[in-house]
Design a protein around this ligand. Sequence first.
Ligand SMILES: Cc1cc2nc3c(=O)[nH]c(=O)nc-3n(C[C@H](O)[C@H](O)[C@H](O)COP(=O)(O)OP(=O)(O)OC[C@H]3O[C@@H](n4cnc5c(N)ncnc54)[C@H](O)[C@@H]3O)c2cc1C
Length: 153
Amino acid sequence: KSLQEAARRFAQEQLPELAKELEAKCEPVPAEWLKRYADMGFLGINVGEQYGGLGLGNLEALLVVEEFAKISSAVAFPVFESCVGPVRAIELFAQDSLKDRVIPRVCAGEAVVAVSMSEPDAGSALTDLKTKAVIEGDKVILNGTKRWCSGGG
Ligand SMILES: Cc1cc2nc3c(=O)[nH]c(=O)nc-3n(C[C@H](O)[C@H](O)[C@H](O)COP(=O)(O)OP(=O)(O)OC[C@H]3O[C@@H](n4cnc5c(N)ncnc54)[C@H](O)[C@@H]3O)c2cc1C
């Protein structure tokens, strides 16, 4: 309840102006604001403490996303992406070197991750994906077309 209250206060007092500006300019949350989110503990709420997260549950994470999203989805996006997106997939399934490289930077507000599943001919049906990654020596050659990569810019 106190986390929800802190998120609500922060969102309602600090974010309306930022949201208006981002929506008008079609821009993502700027770096200095990501830092403020991180300082308040709003990034990686359900991510392990060893990676700079709060180590809480999915419910706590979504309560914070909800408070931010009441202002606008633009200002909520980094919270969402740090708690329910590929960051969690990396935390649960990646090798340690990738976890150490990506997750602490996201929780510190220094990096934003993007996920590229959708393609021009594959939306809900991810079994239709055509992009291929082929390992050649010490390189991974990627060929294909992606779209809808939120945060990719
Ligand atoms: C704002 C926004 C951000 C996005 N960000 C990302 C992102 O960061 N990364 C990413 O990879 N993708 C992203 N997407 C893409 C999103 O995940 C796809 O739009 C979604 O998977 C749906 O694909 P589609 O639009 O091609 O619709 P389709 O898959 O073509 O579906 C069209 C319609 O058919 C229905 N339908 C589909 N399959 C079935 C089925 N088997 N049974 C019954 N009904 C079905 C759907 O519910 C829908 O109503 C984003 C989309 C939006 C709108």
